[in-house]
Design a protein around this ligand. Structure first.
Ligand code: THG
Length: 375
């Protein structure tokens, strides 16, 4: 992506390992990225082999890097609401909410899952940016009665069509009745921990919020022992699957340079709610006036890009943020931050010698193939 090739990323204590890292290594991990200053496995066999396996079987992912910023105390709810323009008032205990975090200008700071444990106890399950400092600064500036910290919680995701079967074997018959983005406190070796139907794929699955690092290897081993006949393997958030599914990656697809409307996060913003949220006033006028929009691009052939910005009519009209060849759809898919006025006036654009169709996110592959037939 950047011209860097065949380099070793030197790992020291600033790049934190996880309680699962020994098992991840033993499983033959081949790539890591760094996420919240912590190791995140990216692939074990190859992106494509891991992709097909994820879509057909079940995988165990070390996503301990989904750090939980813990907010506790009488003003906990007020602090979480200040950080997000999504209305959190009706959140149930044990419910997760995908909730953008924005500053007072409307800039996107993170796109976490916010989890309510109690009215005065919340977790912010963060993407890759330092939310803890933002929370601490607000608590100090507003004089809030809260404690902000990073909890000793190590999420482990179980993803894929057979995930429900496997997690039920390990955590019991209460598992299938857990609804999407809801959770139950379930026991492993006599220890209760949160099990939520969630995860960074659209293949169904659960996230286990492990709260005792000493149980990390026993839990990993139990999932592999119980999952043998299900063809369980180690995996990680998969580039192909997440782009096909339209799951956004903070720091890749969007950054603090963007507001949530530019990222298509409109449905997670409650502009008319009577809530105390730092960004709402700045966001209201941006809804219909934002300069950029994150869009899908569809190429008919595999692509390699020497640069990611692209031009039309003598100006830069877009920037490819993530891209991958989809072996299922036999299309090259990209997410690009594009000029809104160009997108409104065009349904395709020429990039690197090929024509790309401009489509909304998430990708609608039925619509894309219908358009192909009629073209
Ligand atoms: N799980 C948990 N924490 C996380 C992630 C996760 N923190 C970091 C990162 N992933 C945050 N980003 C996302 C992006 C998308 C979703 C979840 C976290 C997601 N979105 C669904 C969608 O877009 O269709 C559902 C959104 C909704 O309806 O609320 O699942 O994966 N714990």
């Amino acid at each position: 992506m950047t011209g860097l090739k065949d380099k070793i990323l030197s790992i020291s204590r600033r790049t934190r390992a996880t309680p699962f890292t020994r098992r991840v290594e033993a499983a033959g991990v081949r790539g890591y990225t760094v996420y919240n200053h912590m190791l995140l496995p990216t692939f074990f066999d190859s992106n494509e082999a891991d992709y097909w396996h994820l879509c057909e079987h079940v995988q165990v992912w070390d996503v301990a890097c989904e750090r939980q910023i813990e907010v506790r105390g009488p003003d906990a709810k007020r602090l979480v609401q200040l950080m997000t323009p999504r209305d959190i008032r009706r959140t149930a205990i044990g419910q997760g909410l995908y909730a953008p975090l924005c500053d007072e200008t409307g800039a996107l700071l993170n796109d976490p899952v916010v989890i309510k444990l109690a009215d005065d106890h919340w977790w912010i399950s963060i993407a890759d940016s330092d939310v803890r400092f933002f929370a601490q600064g607000l608590a100090l500036g507003y004089g809030l009665d809260v404690e902000v910290g990073e909890a000793d919680i190590w999420p482990l995701a179980v993803q894929g069509p057979k995930a429900e079967t496997l997690v039920t074997r390990v955590f019991g018959d209460a598992v299938p009745s857990i609804r999407f983005f809801r959770s139950k406190m379930l026991e492993f070796r006599g220890r209760a921990m949160m099990v939520m139907r969630s995860g960074y794929s659209k293949q169904d699955g659960f996230e286990i919020y492990l709260n005792d690092a000493d149980l990390a290897e026993p839990l990993w081993d139990e999932l592999f022992a119980q999952g043998q006949d299900l063809n369980v393997r180690a995996g990680g958030p998969n580039l192909i699957e997440r782009i096909e599914s339209g799951l956004l990656s903070y720091g890749n697809d969007m950054t603090q340079a963007h507001n949530p409307f530019e990222c298509g996060l409109d449905t997670f913003i409650d502009l008319d709610a009577d809530i105390e949220s730092l960004s709402l006033e700045a966001l209201r006028p941006l809804k219909d006036t934002h300069e950029h929009i994150l869009t899908g691009l569809v190429f008919e052939t595999p692509m390699t890009f020497e640069r990611f910005e692209f031009e039309a009519g003598g100006r830069v009209v877009g920037d490819i943020r993530s891209q991958v060849w989809s072996p299922r759809h036999r299309l090259h898919l990209a997410m690009a931050m594009m000029k809104s006025d160009f997108v409104a006036a065009h349904d395709s654009v020429e990039i690197a010698g090929a024509r790309a169709r401009i489509v909304p996110l998430p990708f609608d592959f039925d619509a894309i193939s219908r358009a192909e037939v009629s073209a």
